[in-house]
Unconditional design. Structure first.
Length: 250
């Protein structure tokens, strides 16, 4: 007997969405759960490079308020990095991206916007990445080489889109957990120290666009200590272009 009419509207909605959720889970979960495996089995995808080098990377920018602070801090430290930008942000804040390149940093792609790929959308994936790559190329005169999908969720569609756009997917081997509201420069430094080794790729964020308001200050505050610790350990710090990982267009 069909008793669905007795269910509340919310329950009926949940029941109706169940098949959608199942498709989304099948689509996303394998990619999300393989991140630890990636570091072991696919070191280049994780961003493992030259053992004497650490790749410094920032996600989610450009941000007109916070990114310039990172550019100044990096200049004071004499270090260059790779910035994984979002295409819609590049369109809104082109001068920040121009300045990033002018200071010698590398610009890579984090996608067009920071959406979660709930359902497979291979055509949209290709369109979004090509648009983002074209926007960066038009602004900077350079083709981006690297692609890091939002949340590290590299679906088969996004993998294929990256190849179509001539980009090499790169995730990370260590992060600073700098996106949380309770992060501090000290907590970011210790999270990095726990996971970062020579040859690693470090993920930080130069904006709070996708995270707790103002949390970029924790990453910014941690930056000098992280760089000094790397140098003290005999490691150089720089962009992915100098990390010894084969690049997308290389
Ligand atoms: Zn992100």
């Amino acid at each position: 007997m069909d008793t669905s009419w007795r269910q509340s509207p919310a329950r009926r909605t949940a029941a109706a969405l169940a098949p959608v959720a199942a498709v989304a889970a099948a689509h996303i979960v394998p990619a999300a759960t393989w991140l630890p495996v990636v570091r072991r089995r696919f070191p280049r995808l994780a961003g493992t490079g030259h053992p004497g080098h650490v790749a410094l990377t920032f996600d989610d920018g450009p941000d007109p308020e916070s990114t310039p602070r990172f550019l100044d801090a990096l200049e004071a430290l004499g270090v260059r990095a790779t910035f994984f930008v979002l295409g819609d942000g590049v369109l809104r804040h082109p001068s920040v991206v121009r300045e990033t390149v002018r200071r010698g940093h590398e610009v890579a792609l984090h996608g067009w916007s920071h959406d979660r790929p709930w359902l497979p959308g291979p055509v949209d994936d290709v369109r979004a990445l090509l648009r983002a790559a074209g926007t960066v190329r038009e602004l900077t005169g350079h083709d981006p080489r690297w692609y890091r999908p939002p949340y590290g969720i590299l679906t088969s569609g996004r993998w294929a889109a990256a190849r179509t756009a001539g980009l090499r997917p790169v995730l990370w081997t260590a992060w600073g957990r700098d996106w949380t509201a309770d992060a501090t420069p000290a907590s970011v430094r210790s999270a990095v120290a726990a996971g970062l080794r020579g040859g690693g790729t470090l993920l930080l964020h130069d904006t709070d666009r996708m995270s707790a308001p103002g949390c970029w200050r924790s990453a910014l505050g941690a930056l000098p200590g992280i760089v000094h610790a790397c140098h003290a350990a005999g490691l150089s710090v720089g962009p992915l272009a100098e990390h010894g990982v084969p690049g997308g267009r290389a």
